[in-house]
Design a protein around this ligand. Structure first.
Ligand SMILES: Nc1ncnc2c1ncn2[C@@H]1O[C@H](COP(=O)(O)OP(=O)(O)O)[C@@H](O)[C@H]1O
Ligand SMILES: CC(=O)N[C@@H](CCC(=O)OP(=O)(O)O)C(=O)O
Length: 261
């Protein structure tokens, strides 16, 4: 029986809220066993880009990333956000190591080909170096992964954090029983967007399709759920979507929305 591994993804709305973020990090630090944190930070990147008079354009949840925006996201995700998370985890006795996908060659991607839309410096993941990540885990480190990847041409590419988490979970499933947990600012996937307590306890592809066509599940939740189902189809043991405050409860299955096939 393989060992358990928790891959937790934390979104930009939580990172942008210092109290919520520090509560999440102290809970994450308490999670037993092997674990990886994948973080976003889209909201902070948008704010800092605006401060620099750089306009943000999103298409289907993906940021159009020209060169000035690539510089912003590199500084924000790879520097500001990643290193602050690592410092706070270290203070909670969690031996975190901050990495982009380029560090240790852990996540390689290809620059998204231009079809109808030119996304610019955005990466589609090609390979996750699970042996390298495994070596980090086995040396007692907790990888904290920023949403940037590298290409074989030496480009640094902006990459959606939900997809980074799902691709990492799939690759690590070769050696571990992987639990993938998407943490955000709501208690789970909601059946009524106006009611924060209307948490759907279990979501399968059929109920997902129904909620989506009724317009109840929309915006950023669609790519998140597509990544969640993709992970389950490729060997990930468990996928949960829950509030960042419930990360410990989600580990024993008592919070959030369980995604099933
Ligand atoms: N049915 C739903 N239940 C919960 N959230 C939903 C739902 N439909 C759409 N959303 C939206 O999806 C968002 C989460 O996606 P996203 O913004 O990409 O999160 P993150 O930044 O955490 O990755 C929520 O903030 C919410 O506005
Ligand atoms: C290509 C692309 O869209 N990358 C994302 C990476 C950050 C992210 O995913 O952040 P959240 O999890 O906070 O949304 C972006 O720049 O917004």
């Amino acid at each position: 029986m393989s060992q358990a591994l928790y891959i937790i993804k934390i979104g930009g709305n939580v990172i942008d809220n210092p109290a919520a973020c520090s509560r999440f990090l102290s809970d994450f630090a308490k999670l037993d066993g092997h674990k990886i944190l994948v973080h976003g930070g889209g909201k902070i990147a948008t704010q800092i880009a605006a401060d620099l008079q750089i306009e943000t354009q999103m298409v289907e949840g993906r940021r159009i990333t020209d060169k000035p925006m690539l510089d912003v996201v590199t500084m924000v995700y790879g520097g500001l956000v990643n290193k602050n998370l690592v410092a706070q985890l270290q203070a909670s006795n969690c031996n975190a190591i901050g990495l982009t996908g380029a560090d240790g060659g852990i996540i390689r991607s290809v620059k998204r080909p231009v079809k109808n839309i030119d996304y610019g410096f955005v990466g589609d993941i090609e390979a996750v170096n699970n042996a390298q990540i495994d070596a980090l885990l086995n040396s007692g480190l907790v990888p904290v992964i920023a949403p940037l990847t590298y290409s074989s041409e030496g480009l640094l590419l902006n990459t959606n954090a939900d997809t980074m988490a799902s691709a990492t979970a799939v690759a690590m499933s070769a050696d571990y029983n992987v639990n993938l947990v998407y943490c955000f600012e709501k208690k789970g996937v909601l059946s009524d967007p106006e009611d924060d307590d209307a948490v759907i306890s279990t979501l399968n592809p059929e109920s997902y399709a129904n909620y989506k066509s009724a317009g109840v599940i929309n915006k950023g939740m669609i790519p998140k759920l597509d990544n969640a189902f993709d992970a389950l189809h490729h060997g990930v043991r468990n996928v949960i979507i829950c509030h960042a405050h419930d990360v410990l409860a989600s580990a024993n299955g008592s919070a959030g929305t369980l995604i099933t096939l």
